[in-house]
Write a protein that binds this ligand. Sequence first.
Ligand SMILES: [Zn+2]
Length: 362
Amino acid sequence: MRKIVLLLMLTLLVTSWTGLYAASAAIAPKQAVQSYGGLELSQVRWANHTEALTGAAKLRLVMDVSGPVKASGVVVNAPTPRLVVTVKGTTPGTGVSDLTLDGKVVEKVSFDVNGKDTTVTFDLPLKVEAGDYKVFTLPSDAKANRPFRVVVDINKPLGLPDFSFTAGLKDKVIAIDPGHGGSDPGAIGPTRYQEKTATLAVAQNVQDLLEKAGARVIMTRQDDRDVFGPDASDVEELKARSSVGNNRKADIFLSIHADSFSNPAAGGTTTYYYQKTLYDSMLAEALQTSLVEAGDLQDRGARTANFYVIKRTQMPAALVELAFISNPNEEKLLSSPGFQQKMALGIVRGLERFFDQAAKLN
Ligand SMILES: [Zn+2]
């Protein structure tokens, strides 16, 4: 696909909701007819709209087209959530450029040429269901000087659901994210042992133990690979990992990492959380307690952090730093199957401890 680089229309930001339907004097001048006799997507406008009564919010994007066309949308969930709208038999005109939005409903809109069609890709913070978007067309109106239009409405994803947990691991859905992988080794120890290897080994042990206890495990990766794919940005990669948990509606999301610091004497176990539900700190405390019991390393506590995968997941989440790979002793531990199994047991006991505590809040 060829990226179309075009100029940004600042007027979009001040376009009112109702104004989106209105004709605009700013319609780009007719371009020379494109190849294969296609029509042109001449201008794009968008606005956020909140219904006063219900508070429901949506984004509306309107594309002017130089003649009648067909348009349809399809939701793509992996590696990251997107809505892809195809506008048949068109090419984007020079007045159309990729848009970076505020991310509440849509993060980015990009326009690409795909054969004889334009594909308009909406990067979404969370996946949308079929009922949450609409793609439709409006005929041209010569009297009102309105061109043919393709309209895309996307509802804002709902907030976090209310959680309530039962005790025990049976039937729980646990998303496990072995940190790094593929092109990204993570931190590297003094003898070149790689973080991505330790995180995967521990995660696989956790998976075995949880499945034996009757839980369902969703792994963001099962082997040594990038989750989004090679050449992805950091955010794409982290979003792909969060999306695995969000799309599969996991009860808990757990990311497994090893720490690293310039001073090789630094060591210990830390658990990070972002308090977005009632339960994130409780989860982190439970994991931290059980990991310190299991591994017997310095207790660096449960701490808050802004990390993407704990912030942008839709369920209670934690990120554990098992030990410091930059510390020669702890690098050795991280690479040993015995320690990997101990820490996996610590994680599973921590999850069990969490569900038992959370069940008492009901
Ligand atoms: Zn890491």
